[in-house]
Design a protein around this ligand. Structure first.
Ligand code: PPE
Length: 307
């Protein structure tokens, strides 16, 4: 992943040069993690660049803001337009888009409401999140000793910067232990999600994923995969998944905007299935990539074209 530092960033309604998109070190967000953000992908389909599920992402940004009493001074449509403009002005085709809303500079102290809200949209090229061959060959994951946030601690439904301190702990631990990614349990000990992905497993042709009450971010890729699977006649169950199901599953994959659909080939050094991408995973990947690459009809109306 490399930034193109010649790019332009949308900063509170205006485009500024990449190097000028700065904030003060005493901004509230730097000290207390007071931000909410999104990660969105734009794909270079054969009919031109198109953003995947733009409106749903922007609506989730506003939902995250609402939880933290952040009144974003733009409409959903204005942010959608600004995102399209950001891709366009930077001449990007395949890219990752990062809108972020945060509490800026005025005073310090935990109480945030006297600090101004700042809204920023940046975009850059970001290849495969978990490695170039991960989509085909899968990744090795470890169950983290860190759990996902318990209810009444930090709201998992908000995609808040502060949540990613938890993700960082799990990610560092997993990489230092020789894995590619972590899977965290929820406070009750059942499977929750990865540091930046939701998780699915296949057992006897049924697709399982942790229910939204199990400390997950309600992923938009998760929702897309669920819809694709149902459309293919695959049964999908959202429920509590015990840890040991990870060892017994026929197939496991992780989903996220950055990670897309990435197979898991081992958990805690126990091989998943036969250690290769399974048929259900492959089928769903194919459907997903066909849609985002424009090879197949966009029947779900998931794509917003830039031009
Ligand atoms: N759970 C977490 C904790 C998470 O961060 C993501 C996305 C998901 C689930 C999947 O959500 P969705 O993208 O709507 O399908 N993680 C974002 C940030 C990754 C990063 O390293 O930064 C992403 O994939 O954009």
């Amino acid at each position: 992943m490399a930034f193109n530092e010649n790019g332009r960033i949308w900063f509170n309604g205006k485009f500024v040069d990449w190097k000028d998109a700065n904030i003060h070190v005493l901004s509230h967000v730097v000290h207390y993690g007071s931000s909410v953000f999104e990660g969105i992908r734009c794909y270079n389909t054969k009919n031109g660049p198109a953003i995947f599920r733009l409106k749903e992402h922007v609506e989730r940004l506003f939902d995250s803001g609402k939880i933290y009493r952040m009144e974003i001074p733009y409409t959903v449509d204005e942010i959608c337009d600004a995102i399209k403009e950001t891709v366009k002005i930077n001449n990007l085709k395949d890219c990752y888009i990062r809108p972020v809303v945060f509490r800026g500079y005025n005073e310090l102290g935990v109480y945030p409401l006297n600090c101004p809200l700042e809204v920023v949209i940046a975009a850059w090229e970001w290849g495969k999140y978990l490695g170039e061959d991960a989509i085909e060959n899968g990744v090795d994951v470890g169950v983290s000793t860190w759990r996902r946030m318990a209810p009444n601690t930090l709201p998992n439904m908000a995609k808040a910067g502060a949540n990613y301190m938890n993700s960082q702990l799990a990610k560092m631990e997993s990489l230092l232990n020789g894995f590619n990614e972590a899977i965290m349990m929820d406070y009750g000990g059942s499977v929750s999600e990865g540091s930046g992905e939701n998780i699915f497993l296949v057992k006897d042709d049924v697709l399982y994923t942790p229910h939204s009450s199990l400390s997950i971010l309600s992923g938009i890729t998760r929702d897309s995969v669920t819809k694709l699977a149902k459309n293919e006649g695959i049964e999908v169950k959202e429920e509590a998944i015990p840890r040991e199901m990870l060892y017994l599953a026929d197939e496991i994959f992780m989903t996220g905007t950055a990670a897309e659909i990435t197979p898991v080939r081992s958990v805690d050094k126990i091989t998943v299935g036969n250690g290769k991408r399974g048929p259900v995973t492959e089928k769903l990947q194919k459907k997903f990539f066909n849609i985002v690459e424009g090879e197949e009809e966009d029947n779900f109306a998931w794509l917003t074209f830039i031009d």
